[in-house]
Design a protein around this ligand. Structure first.
Ligand code: CTP
Length: 426
């Protein structure tokens, strides 16, 4: 079952059900976005969830009374009324316990009662610890609910509130919003057809290296030419490959503000030349190379041994001679035909220009996959979202991803897994 793509183009009466998971803190943003988009939102929290977000917040945001129990309200028929009036019900986070209750038809509070009495579409957004999510009971509950027509949004793979890493994280509110609006997101893109188990089978023990961060090209001992890349996306990709069981090496340029996942082998390569050398050394023993680093195209022809001093007056100028850095990705593609390569291209301009630059770069670089990112565009609301168009070496579009970097990274890694498996077979 799917919501029609134009379902939310008219104002709707939406019930947002919140069950007791720590991720409940994200839902006020979703409620606000739905209201901003013109919908009337009624929040039904479970009693437990009020430990995470209180009644007053929901009442203030939705402008509607907030009740948790069936008999809390003067009108004791309220549960049926809410269910009858609702045009869409969204449950986020949906805990393992709530899923079990919905499956077995329990009606022990206002939320479960409303769900049981509802005839409108119901979207479930599960969020829980990976072990609970992967438990056969939860998986069976989800399967049964799916068969009964509930619409289920997959949880994200990422860091959990427990500090563990795995599948079960509540998607960002922007992604839930996009999911409801049927916009392309990481969760409903073509690559979702690759289940985690399959990607894990394909990548277990496979050696993957990822270049990440922005290179610094030294002018003198204290100054450099650099760029604004933080390396966050590269690190998310490293995490995703690790989750799928790959042996990951991060070849990082100046990764200072990012959390490197424990167990990741890191080679620090501050400059393009050092990164080039590290890649050339590691590529022969690797099966997959992801080139997420922002590599300076040029470096100073000479690095001064001492700090460069001002010598003249106001009109003094300084000219730096720059020479070209090696193209690490293109060199790897040429020298190591066994390697599956993934390049990135951040392009500016309108959608058509970006597509054109992307196609040209895909052909020029020859990587198996090129992820083209239109820089400066926002999707959904709130956080800046990443939009990636994935091209093959001929410049043909394979798929599109949108969402947070943490959400896209596992999708991209899963797609690389299928390309790897296909190349291995051929
Ligand atoms: N790249 C690389 N080595 C370089 C430059 C780029 O490995 N010296 C990789 C990047 O990591 C990225 C891809 O090539 O995966 C595209 O980077 P980009 O800077 O967009 O490409 P350029 O070839 O520098 O093209 P442009 O002329 O648009 O700057």
């Amino acid at each position: 079952m799917q919501l029609a793509s134009d379902f939310l183009t008219s104002p709707r009466r939406i019930v947002v059900g919140v069950s007791g998971g720590i991720a409940a803190y994200k839902i006020p943003y979703l409620v606000r976005a739905l209201i901003k988009a013109g919908h009337q939102v009624r929040v039904i929290p479970t009693e437990n969830s009020l430990n995470f977000v209180g009644k007053t917040t929901w009442e203030a945001l939705s402008g509607q009374p907030v009740v948790t129990g069936v008999f809390d309200s003067a009108a004791d028929v309220e549960h049926v009324e809410i269910a009858r009036e609702a045009e869409l019900i969204v449950i986020a986070p949906a805990t393992a316990d709530l899923l079990a209750k919905i499956r077995s038809g329990r009606a022990d509070n206002l939320l479960t009662t409303t769900i049981l009495a509802a005839t409108c579409p119901v979207v479930l957004v599960p969020a829980m610890h990976t072990a609970m999510y992967e438990n056969a009971a939860t998986q069976e509950n989800l399967q049964v609910l799916r068969e009964r027509g509930y619409l289920i949004m997959e949880p994200e793979t990422g860091e959990l509130s427990s500090g563990d890493f795995g599948k079960g994280r509540l998607p960002e509110p922007a992604e839930i919003f996009n999911f409801l609006y049927q916009k392309p997101t990481a969760s409903n893109s073509a690559a979702e057809t690759v289940p985690v188990e399959t990607a894990t089978k394909q990548l277990k023990g496979i050696r993957v290296f990822i270049t990440a961060g922005g290179t610094h090209e030294a002018i003198d001992p204290v100054r450099y030419i650099g760029n604004r890349s933080t390396g966050k996306f590269g690190v998310e990709i490293a995490k995703a490959f690790q989750t799928f069981g790959a042996e990951v090496t991060l070849i990082g340029a100046n990764l200072t503000d990012v959390d490197i996942p424990p167990g990741t082998c890191v080679i620090n390569t501050p400059s393009a030349q050092e990164m080039f050398e590290a890649v050339m050394e590691i590529a022969p023993q690797s099966q997959i190379g992801v080139f997420a680093a922002a590599v300076a195209d040029f470096r100073p022809a000479n690095t001064a041994e001492q700090k460069i001093k001002k010598t003249g007056g106001e009109d003094e100028t300084l000219t730096l001679e720059l020479v070209k850095n090696p193209d690490i990705l293109a060199s790897a593609v040429n020298r190591f035909p066994h390697l599956i390569t993934v390049g990135f291209a951040a392009e500016t301009g309108n959608a058509e220009q970006v597509a054109q630059y992307g196609r040209e770069k895909a052909i020029r670089k020859g990587a198996d996959l090129l992820a083209v990112n239109q820089v400066g565009r926002q999707t959904g609301f709130g956080d800046v979202q990443t939009q990636l168009t994935i091209l093959d070496a001929t410049g043909t579009t394979l798929t599109k991803f949108a969402g947070s970097k943490a959400a896209i990274a596992p999708q991209l890694a899963a797609l690389v897994a299928t390309v790897f498996a296909r190349k291995k077979r051929s």
